[in-house]
Design a protein around this ligand. Sequence first.
Ligand SMILES: *Cc1c(COP(=O)(O)O)cnc(C)c1O
Length: 384
Amino acid sequence: MSTIQPSSRSDRQLDRQRMLHVGAPNVGDRKRFNQLVDEIFERRWFTNNGCVVQELESQLKDYLGVKHCIAVCNATVGLQLACHALDLSGQVIVPSFTFAATPHAAQWEGLTPIFADIDPKTHSISPESISEKITAETSAIMGVHVWGIPCDTEAIAQIASDHKLAVIYDAAHAFGSCHQGKMIGNFGNCEVFSFHATKFFNTFEGGAIATNDDELAERLQLMRNFGFAGMDEVIHLGTNAKMPEICAAMGLSLLPMLDEIQSANRYKHSLYQAHLETVDGIRFLTYDHVEKTNWQYVVIEIDAQRRGETRDQVMQRLHENNVRARRYFFPGCHRMEPYRSQPFNQDLVLPHTETACQQVICLPTGSDIDEQDIERVCNIIRQY
Ligand SMILES: *Cc1c(COP(=O)(O)O)cnc(C)c1O
């Protein structure tokens, strides 16, 4: 039995108007999960670097081909730890076209997020825009591999080395993606994954920091657990960023199925593309240059002028037909609090970010969506 197939296919065929969502969780081998949970209860070891977390970290290291992988409670706290462990100060350059957690993590650490624009072809931070934003106060660049499409890591590495800046990647979307023959996880000083329920690889809630830097890894390990080096020995400022055993069990039961889920996602993406590619005013992102991605997101952009209908009008028709498609990163982080009210952001114009915020729709995909669902969604979009 393939667990990525919907469980109650016959019921669903009767119910072609059922609600379709973006971000339905990927589910792993439930037998294996239950077995691991039984073992956790028998051991009475629920958290604090238990053997399930250790096993997950070890498997993640192999999967990513990275020296260190530190499991954490979620990506937002993971990004905060990374900022802290790299001893950043002043300004950090981030894209505005991202989830609020990216700038929030920096702001929470007392840093000032400075928003850069994106490359309209990939939706990831634009190296040219980064260069324009560098000041004497800049200490780091925080790139985001939006939709699992890798940033221009070479250009970013060059800028960082020219200006002696740290590089953190928010890799929340990019678990399983590959770039220049290496898995995402190997770029910058460190990369932070989210294992939130909606992400490609999930542990209910969770995340991990991947790095090839031994010293950084050691600091992150201390900081994740209150700075404890031994039983009574606190040698560093720390917080509680630990992943519980039960979350790691979810990860271990899902990890072996990722290739299968990736292929299914890719197939669904190709179906959407076949249905919609030739429709006037609808654009898909190009993946020609991408070596491997998780295909967790189906993203289209609506060109209102060519389409004769705005993105929000398309969204409204989808919602009226029980398709919960979503705008993404609207209205852009620089238009959200607390950033919007900061004086230096009042007149900030990021043309490509603003266009993406006006045009993007994410369509439902994943284990819960089948061929007929996709046809239904595409028919609604085409109907206009
Ligand atoms: C989901 C997400 C996060 C936050 O991840 P959590 O694990 O929920 O804290 C951060 N950045 C991006 C781009 C995300 O999509």
